[in-house]
Ligand binder design. Structure first.
Ligand SMILES: Cc1cc2nc3c(=O)[nH]c(=O)nc-3n(C[C@H](O)[C@H](O)[C@H](O)COP(=O)(O)OP(=O)(O)OC[C@H]3O[C@@H](n4cnc5c(N)ncnc54)[C@H](O)[C@@H]3O)c2cc1C
Ligand code: FES
Length: 239
């Protein structure tokens, strides 16, 4: 069990929960969270928003019973954190211009990604493209870890990016957003590889139940174990 250090309402049903937990979580990984005994049956997968050796935080949006229960948690209470799971975003030591594109709660894993890419290679440029349907959240925090931050409210965040201006592009958000971004990259002739983080529904989170599988050019893969990060060409290439 992990002690909750804070669970802050940010508006638009977004919350930022921080817990005390020794960890070696990497960008793009996720935990299975649980704050109840019997119902709902399944733990819920939530991406790592930020982590250091002793704490981990999660940006989540209330959409149903599980996330609603998370939103009631108070400082000092406990939560079960199982993880970190998944492969996470890759190391990009030779990429000078990196774009991170997030839609809705898909912005969650991009904070740690931006922060660590900049820390690992201060000479690289990291630009964030954040899409919101309502009031933006945590924009100041995102701005602090990136070179450029473009915020789109109510439109298509994929309209804002020129894929040819980057050496690598990473995205997380609704599948139609990531598919549109893949098509834009292909159409524009961009050389940058596109990595997408999928948020398929999960049950076990550890590769045992097959609930989360997705179609790839190499057959079906488990999003929890083989992903959640895949090359865009792997999952959208033959559509
Ligand atoms: C690897 C991964 C990382 C994730 N990271 C985050 C994160 O950082 N922050 C965050 O808020 N959410 C994240 N999610 C989504 C999150 O797991 C779901 O929103 C959550 O499980 C919903 O639980 P619930 O009980 O509140 O809602 P439920 O009652 O289970 O569902 C409520 C509604 O949300 C929809 N829904 C549930 N799960 C998903 C999903 N995975 N994708 C799309 N729609 C869904 C349902 O269809 C339903 O309409 C992530 C999912 C995955 C697989
Ligand atoms: S959630 Fe069970 S195999 Fe992925």
């Amino acid at each position: 069990m992990a002690k909750i250090l804070g669970n802050r309402a940010l508006g638009e049903n977004f919350y930022l929960l921080t817990a005390e937990q020794e960890n070696s979580a990497r960008r793009g990984q996720f935990y299975m969270l649980r704050a109840w005994e019997h119902y709902p049956v399944l733990s819920r997968p939530i991406s790592v928003f930020d982590a250091d050796g002793g704490t981990v935080s999660f940006l989540y949006k209330v959409v149903g019973k599980g996330t609603e229960l998370f939103s009631t948690l108070k400082e000092g209470q406990e939560i079960t954190l199982d993880g970190p799971h998944g492969n996470g975003f890759p190391a990009l030591p030779d990429k000078r211009r990196i774009a991170l594109v997030g839609g809705g709660v898909g912005i969650a894993p991009l904070y740690l990604a931006a922060r660590t890419y900049k820390e690992e290679n201060p000479a690289c440029t990291v630009d964030l493209y954040l899409g919101f349907s309502g009031q933006p959240v945590l924009t100041r925090e995102f701005e602090a870890v990136a070179d450029g931050t473009t915020v789109n409210v109510g439109g298509f965040v994929t309209d804002d990016i020129d894929p040819c201006a980057y050496d690598a592009i990473l995205a997380c958000g609704p599948t139609p957003m990531m598919r549109a971004l893949y098509r834009k990259c292909t159409k524009s002739g961009a050389k940058a590889p596109l990595y997408v983080s999928l948020e398929n529904r999960m049950a076990c989170g550890i590769g045992a139940c097959l609930v989360c599988t997705c179609k790839t050019d190499l057959g079906r893969k488990k999003v929890c174990k083989d992903g959640p990060v895949f090359l865009g060409s792997e999952v959208f290439g033959d559509e």
